[in-house]
Design a protein around this ligand. Sequence first.
Ligand SMILES: [Zn+2]
Length: 555
Amino acid sequence: MPTVYRSLSPDLILHNGRIAAPDAQLTDGDRTAIAVRGDRILVIGTDEALVPLAAPHTRLIDLGGRTVIPGIHDSHAHLIEVGAKLSLIRLDECQSPEEMMELVRARAADTPPGHWIVGVGWNEGNFRDGRLPIRQDIDPATSQHPVMLQRFFNTDLVNSYALRLAGITRNTPDPAEGRIERDAEGEPNGLLRAKAKGLARRLLPKPSERELISSVVLGCRALNKFGITSVIDPGLYPAEIRAYQRARDTGLLSVRMNLMPNWHGFRDDEHEAQLDCRASELGIYSGLGDEWLRIGGLKMAIDGGTTPHTAYMYEPFEGETEVKNFNRLDPDQLYRYFRRAQELNWDVGIHCCGDRAQDIAVDALSRVAQELPVADTRHSIIHAYFPTEHALQLMGRHHIAAVIQPTFLYWEGDLIFRDVGRQRALNYKPARRYLDHGVVTGASSDVESTVSADPFVALYALVTRKNNLGHLVGPDQAIDRHEALHAYTMAGAWLTREEKLKGSLEPGKLADMVVLDQDYFTVPDESIRDVHALMTVIGGNIVWQQEGIFHDHRP
Ligand SMILES: [Zn+2]
């Protein structure tokens, strides 16, 4: 074939499948194949029409009747943190302190003396005797390295070397809101609780650029296995943004990234002038970049969460008598910050968990929208747990999106009932109400703040409103499977200003797609959470696939 024609034929054809294309004109039988040229979708149609388009260079893959959906867009996931944790020793499966010690010993063998060895995820509940580990349990692993093994929550175990390095002795007083655990003789036993963790954690070196890039790569690979092809990573600092750009430039990204720089509400040591500089000095704003790496909105935060009872609510948490204010920024300043962002053309995404926090943010954003109208903003409320009717109206009117985490609904079991009671839980992440008010609703996992990034568990929670204990959480707020998938695809593309580029399987759009082991659209409700990705394709390239299932064949 002459090269000029060769360049017009598809590079990849997936056929004998079921392509979930939004085109209402096509029935199922009309869309069994999808052809890709370069990084774009060329055409969707029948096997009869598409397979003959194959040229000698075309990769043909028989899907064996399986379903293809658009690549999953996780609208709030700390991908670089996912990768960072993967490079640490995983202790989740350990059933005894001896097992942890052995893992440390193995890591010590190829770690230069003096360098920290860090592990995460131990839980004495998994230990055969349920006993808390102490430094004597892990000291035999090494005398040459400081070691820190972080419990899944709230407590760190450090070895004797690390205690010495941190200067923690029998005479060190407990810090406020923290405890240095001690043995019968009064000697520190290596367990540091709550704020006392900071005594050792402050000694951990900042990750190097190489380590950050490696975290990006590991994070991408981990998420590809779930069919995730696009991610918004919120709350980044300059070193992390640089690492992402380095990864992009060296071809190491396998997830399309939208980066949200940290802005107001995070660190006490960043003063206002510095933050203003971050948003203004380079003259860039949301949307700059390309289809692999793009600058997103500014990430802000107003309150805390429901589990630690730090969300800013109208009514007290269950078992409390007054509303406390743990806000991370002064709500009275919000209007000014939002206005500044709008002047500079930035979108903002603001963390709001409490109903009161969300009203404050939505009111301020709406005021800015009216006073300083800018066409086509993509502002969002992140978490958006308990919208009032007032907030829903304004979000619909001013195109303020909600970015919700069905993963929390699923993985946190009944905690929501404990924290806010049955009545308020009916309105927890109410996807139905958001959609009925015309609010763009993006779904996300918020890993590493949750158990897993698995989008099918999250889709299950959106459709069934069931948690991992099988209990219903506000069943009236269920949405259908198409709406749920839309929240995990098109809504994300809208948030990053890329709805014309991705989010659905249509000719001309990026060839980002996932082949599933079961048909998401027809399995029983209860089985949605058991659907898995078998192959993840980004821009026509297979970035991950389950081994031994698909085979190329030639035309
Ligand atoms: Zn988060």
